[in-house]
Design a binder for this molecule. Structure first.
Ligand code: AMP
Length: 190
């Protein structure tokens, strides 16, 4: 099972990915978490990424592809993975397809979590208070939403055109959303 979770910042992708990996026993690949770990470790990549992340913009496609390529070369992904935070634009979606083809794991399914804007802002403010992420300030969140609308939303269309997109509503409790996701994945697997 190779799944990419799509959704706006605050849609619950990270939370749902964590629940899903526990259920299906596959690795969770979160590009945001990989980048935050590089920032924390103070690597060159982390230093380059930090300024971009703190502005709410996208880290370059080249850096991201390198990061994903390195991660997908590890043996634990041989049965699949749950990816969240990548692809973030059309170029990344195409690069991922090419990479998966090259490593003999073609085709990912995409699962979009739909949440309305008001709820996104509410959730991110809550997360800002709980986790203290440097990119959860109001101004940066607004920028990240704009980047999402302009660059990431078209990724959904990309998978829809290939017949590889499912959507779930992201409102309600974490568990309610998780049940919907499980339902959708089971239906598609049947
Ligand atoms: P996330 O935790 O997925 O919201 O990611 C946090 C930040 O990391 C984003 O706002 C971007 O600056 C950066 N980032 C994460 N994934 C990507 C990606 N696929 N492409 C470019 N930048 C990314």
């Amino acid at each position: 099972m190779r799944i990419v979770l799509l959704g706006a910042p605050g849609s619950g992708k990270g939370t749902q990915a964590a629940l899903l990996v526990a259920e299906v026993d596959l690795p969770h690949i979160s590009t945001g978490a990989l980048l935050r770990a590089a920032v924390k470790a103070g690597t060159l990549l982390g230093k380059r990424a930090k300024t971009v992340i703190d502005r709410g913009e996208l880290v370059s496609d080249e850096i991201m592809l390198g990061l994903i390529e390195e991660r997908l070369a590890q043996p634990d992904v041989k049965n699949g993975f749950i990816m969240d935070g990548y692809p973030r634009n059309l170029a990344q979606a195409e690069a991922l397809d090419e990479l998966l083809e090259r490593i003999g794991q073609p085709v990912v399914e995409a699962l979009q979590i739909d949440v309305d804007l008001e709820m996104l802002i509410e959730r991110i403010s809550k997360r800002a208070a709980e986790e203290g992420r440097s990119d959860d300030t109001e101004e940066v969140v607004r920028k990240r939403m704009r980047v999402y609308e302009e660059q990431t939303a078209p990724v959904m269309e990309y998978y829809a055109r290939k017949g590889l997109l499912s959507r779930v509503l992201g409102d309600g409790t974490v568990d309610e959303v998780f049940q919907r996701i499980k339902g959708v994945l089971q239906i598609r697997a049947a």
